[in-house]
Ligand binder design. Structure first.
Ligand code: 7TS
Length: 410
């Protein structure tokens, strides 16, 4: 059956709501957060209206139902990422919390003075600042994989920075600015050959490409619910069972213990050990519905549609004088395009696009070191997903042309 974008769009209530000034919404800020399909919204409402209760605490009817739903969602996420067991799937508040959890619970225990942590300049601050703090505290050193001129990891220079001292490689599977898709398989293999652990920031890749945590074999995967059509306030840390077992808890309190005495405690096993306090219950359950949404479409449709949108945007934007697209060619990237236009600040450009109903994000996108490397203070970023249309791509390009006219650049 041919792909029907209108059928997809009709599942997203927000997409048929005009903006306050009556213009249709052209939402191209999907890398910041994705819109939510009806089934995710309905699931949130279902939980709150029909069986809201705390999980894992009561044996009353609602408590049992909500616990069952939460654990079902965990199992769906487990299958979605190819994990071996649901216990390896920890609900967090998002990618940032997942990475901080690893830095605190794994890093503080296992990183010693003189150890090296291997990063790179395209990382989101969420996969950079926690490691800076850990390195400062533990006396470890940060190393950076050099980038190629077109914004990919320079794998030919990896041996210069990946050494016997490297204990962790923390890398995004897809850049939130350049769109670069990184060679996680090769990185994981080479990291493991040196005895290092690899953490993959999956925030951007998870809504774009299928993930299997055993192919290639990685150690930690962090991602956010809200970028994969799920609610805000919930995300996942997946970790290999052996690693999770060795780690001490990060947050302490209710739910994560086996037995508490007055002066000390025994902790439970993962995932409870890392889920202290009340979980974002309705959100975590609705994240299972987001997985269902993605699976109902299938990855092939995602891929084909996004490639078609990207090719069209790429070809049109590249024709615009003074417009510069950052990052590698289409072969090496997902559906993100960041650009600058000569004579206009990215903020002004985004504002003029917004006046035409086109939502893009300007700024440094929480990647200041990357913008230092690009030698621009800010970029404008358009990011596409399954519900965007060819017409919206054309509207983006026409809006950029109009901005140039307003700035008298043509
Ligand atoms: N890692 C990457 C690669 C990201 O793109 C983001 C969010 C995060 C981590 C943090 O995710 P959070 O859900 O914990 O906030 N990126 C963006 C963005 O590009 N624009 O807004 C948020």
């Amino acid at each position: 059956m041919p792909f029907d974008v209108e059928a997809i769009r009709s599942q997203f209530p927000i997409l048929s709501r005009p903006l306050p000034d009556g213009r249709p919404l052209i939402y191209l800020d999907n890398a910041a957060t994705a819109q939510k399909p009806r089934r995710v919204i309905d699931k949130l409402v279902e939980v709150l209206e029909q069986y809201n209760a705390n999980v894992h605490r009561g044996i009353h009817t609602l408590g049992s139902r909500v616990t069952e739903e939460l654990e079902n969602s965990r199992e769906r996420l487990q299958r979605f990422i190819g994990a071996t067991a649901p216990e390896e799937v920890i609900f967090t508040s998002g990618t940032t919390a997942s990475i901080n959890l690893v830095a605190q619970a794994w890093g503080r225990k296992f990183i010693k003075p003189g150890d090296e942590l291997l990063l790179n300049e395209m990382e989101h601050h969420a996969n950079l600042v926690p490691w800076q703090q850990l390195a400062q505290e533990r006396g470890a050193t940060l190393k950076f994989i050099p980038l190629t001129a077109d914004g990919r990891l320079d794998m030919e220079r990896l041996d210069g920075v990946l050494t016997a001292k490297t204990k962790l490689v923390a890398v995004t599977a897809m850049s939130n600015v350049l769109g670069t898709i990184n060679p996680i398989g090769e990185l994981a293999e080479r990291a493991h050959a040196k005895g290092a652990v690899i953490l993959v920031d999956g925030a951007q890749i998870v809504p774009q490409r299928p993930i299997d945590v055993h192919n290639p074999v990685i150690d930690f995967l962090a991602f956010s619910g809200h970028k994969m059509f799920g609610p805000t306030g919930v995300g996942v840390l997946w970790g290999r069972k052996e690693l999770l077992q060795e780690m001490d808890p990060f947050l302490a309190g209710g739910n994560m213990i086996r037995r508490v005495w007055k002066t000390h405690s025994d902790f439970g096993d993962a995932p409870a050990k890392f889920e202290a306090g009340t979980a974002p219950i309705a959100e975590a359950i609705a994240l299972g519905a987001a997985v269902d949404f993605i699976e109902s479409i299938g990855w092939e449709a995602f891929h084909t549609h996004e490639q078609a949108l990207m090719t069209r945007a790429w070809n049109q934007l590249r024709e615009i004088p003074g417009l510069k697209i950052f990052g590698p060619g289409l072969k090496h990237r997902g559906a993100i395009l960041s650009f600058t236009a000569d004579g206009m600040h990215a903020n002004d450009l985004a504002e003029i696009l917004d006046q035409q109903g086109v939502a893009v994000r300007p700024g440094h996108h929480c990647t200041m070191p990357l913008h230092d490397w690009l030698q621009v203070p800010a970029t404008a970023r358009a990011s596409f997903t399954i519900y965007n249309t060819v017409g919206e791509v054309d509207a983006l390009c026409a809006a950029v042309q109009k901005a140039r006219k307003i700035f008298r650049l043509e």
